[in-house]
Design a protein around this ligand. Structure first.
Ligand code: ACO
Length: 429
């Protein structure tokens, strides 16, 4: 390899493929001409070594535990920024100037209300529906209220309008899906409140009593949303890009991303972690049993919130979240035994050769649920919280993909089914 071309030998023939490099000294072999040159395709189940795109949004070095949005370290953004500012940064590439930020924020605040007919759709769901299913359905339904969003040739101004609209409306829809579960009347957005306070108000305020937003809750939530805001080509983001590559609308693409996030191997793990910790608590903290179960290949049980496709050192978000978790619990005066169980479980796993040799560390989901719990957010809403945080990343990635005019996502396969055979009609079978 000379860092310009890579050679591939198949039989006696040698083929050359260009090497492309990124700004952080990452390299890829561009095999887009592989099939036309050689007749072969590559196979890489789960895309473990396949780059689907070149992207300028988020950089991760999984070996060193680095995560940066648009060049800014995640811990600096979590400490010094706020969620709407980070959303602007991810979507438009630069930190906003004060004036731009104020316009951005005002615009989002103005669009928080959803059409009254959305409520009728919400009413059609059984009240025990999982809020993730409700969220993805209602986001998809927004195409009906904004049919122009379906036009693939919309101007960038119109696309920016949709971006602001969905950022503004997702907290409203999310909070309403929770109220629906409790068979409570929905609470309308209060535009004088900041993004997170508005969400908390729509979640928890009651007609008969004054609900006071605890600034510790709002600040912790804002930080959690920042930490979840983007994570390059993960399962849900790759889904958003692939769906958008067919020129489907932003609403349709984000709705697909929400569904991809829902699974327990991805965003659904935060719900799985708390359920697992509660189970361990009920089982008299029998850590040994659960560590053994997670290592047993005949048992489906995995240590939820542990392991990551990219991080093979530590997940920098998990470190920050662990600190926020103990700060929040301390400042709220909450003593949650589940935090002690999580810390103990982490300590045991990090000394266990199974986890050490496989480089399995706590991921973003391991401690986030403990914070959500302290903020009174019910377990079934945990993945919804993740979706609220991930939205700017999905939007930034969708926008980048369309602006770069990327081709439709369409992988190849190796067919392993039956070869040609004669059809036998039903009566003769
Ligand atoms: N508990 C026990 N063993 C594990 C775990 C775990 N949490 N995670 C990985 N392993 C083991 C696997 O069994 C495998 O062992 P083997 O080599 O003996 O077969 C090895 O570690 C590698 O794991 P893979 O599943 O091949 O790794 P992959 O990159 O495909 O999966 C994933 C990553 C899905 C995150 C996995 O670690 C997992 O299921 N973790 C638990 C669920 C979770 O926390 N998901 C959230 C991820 S972060 C996010 O999406 C926001």
């Amino acid at each position: 390899m000379n860092k310009k071309n890579a050679e591939l030998k198949i039989g006696d023939k040698v083929y050359e493929f260009p090497i492309i490099g990124g700004t952080e000294s990452e390299y890829a072999i561009d095999i887009s001409s592989l099939r036309s040159k050689t007749g072969f395709v590559t196979i890489d189940k789960g895309f473990k070594n396949t780059g689907s795109t070149e992207s300028g949004i988020t950089f991760i070095d999984g070996e060193k535990g680095i995560l940066r949005y648009r060049g800014y370290d995640i811990d600096e953004l979590a400490q010094k920024s706020n969620f709407l500012e980070v959303a602007y940064l991810l979507i438009y590439g630069e930190l906003p100037k004060t004036e731009d930020y104020n316009v951005w924020k005002d615009n989002i605040v103005k669009h928080t209300l959803v059409h009254e007919d959305v409520k009728s759709i919400l009413d059609g769901f059984p009240s025990n529906s999982h809020p993730m299913g409700v969220l993805s359905s209602l986001v998809s339904s927004l195409t009906a209220f904004y049919p122009k969003s379906l036009d693939p040739n919309r101007s960038s101004d119109e696309i920016n309008g949709t971006i602001k609209r969905i950022l503004a409306k997702l907290p409203t829809i999310a909070a309403w899906s929770y109220r629906k579960r409790l068979r409570l009347p929905v609470v309308y957005p209060k535009n004088e409140l900041d993004y997170c306070s508005n969400f908390l108000n729509m979640m928890f305020s009651m007609p008969s009593e004054d609900y006071e937003i605890n600034p510790i809750h709002a600040e912790a939530l804002d930080k959690l949303l920042i930490l979840h805001a983007d994570h390059e080509q993960n399962c849900s983001t790759a889904t958003v890009r692939v769906v958008g590559s067919s020129h489907a609308s932003i609403y349709a693409s984000v709705s697909a991303g929400i569904n991809a996030l829902w699974g327990p191997k991805h965003g659904g793990a935060n719900q799985g972690v708390i359920e697992m910790l509660e189970m361990i608590k009920e089982d008299n903290c029998d850590y040994k049993k659960y560590i053994a179960k997670s290592k047993d290949k005949n048992d489906d049980f995995r240590l939820m919130g542990f392991g990551h496709r990219v991080y093979k050192n530590f997940d920098p978000r998990a470190k920050i979240i662990k600190n926020i978790a103990s700060d929040v619990l301390n400042s709220l005066g909450v003593n949650d035994p589940v935090l002690d169980i999580a810390q103990e479980l982490e300590a045991i796993a990090l000394k266990d050769d199974y986890f050490v040799s496989r480089k399995l560390y706590p991921n973003v989901d391991f401690y986030s649920g403990i914070i959500y719990k302290a903020l009174n957010i019910p377990v079934q809403m945990f993945t919804v919280m993740f979706a609220l945080g991930r939205l700017p990343g999905w939007l930034a990635q969708w926008k980048e993909m369309r602006e770069n005019n990327e081709p439709i996502g369409r992988p190849r396969q190796i067919y392993t089914g039956a070869t040609k055979r004669e059809f036998v009609s039903l009566r003769n079978r």
